[in-house]
Design a protein around this ligand. Sequence first.
Ligand SMILES: [Zn+2]
Length: 198
Amino acid sequence: MDPIQSTKDICSIVLTFDDGPNPETTPKLLDFLNENDIKVIFFVIGRNLITKQGSSIIRRAHVDGHIIGNHTFSHINLMRLSKPQIRDEIFRAHELICQYTETCVLFRPPFGVTNKAISQVLAELGYSQLFWNVDTMDWKYKKNAYWIDYGMKKINHYGNNIILMHDIYPTTVGNIRYFIERIKSIPNICFSIVEYQE
Ligand SMILES: [Zn+2]
């Protein structure tokens, strides 16, 4: 056996960014990811794709090799809606996203909440739900980029980590390089979205 071979043979970090695209911050994040050859999953809000800026950012993200997931049209809590309303929220975003991507099959519900009606609509539309198991709380712990320390504490060095961040905050995008450096210091860890690609 190769002595340098890791006992862990899977890439265990999946970076996910919700609630974008944002014309100020998302392009900067895309630049950083390109420079570092890291592919991520963006869960975008449909209404952000109506503008020319928003749609061109998402087209670029797709061309760059990232996965674009559906995060509803208006980021409403779907638990409060009827089944036809749920379908409308998901399908409106679906139509916008699928103009720019070949596959549109990943969905993340706003606030991470789901129920039977939501699951049924998603099954009808051919979507699977992807949640997270590492919440950086980047929307809350902005001061001194504390979200990085917070996220690092939650990362399991020996398991799969689906990390939740938001590309709409300057404190997230502006400090992402420090988070990535810290993650890279964990032995035998790597970034991959391959298992979610069709
Ligand atoms: Zn969200």
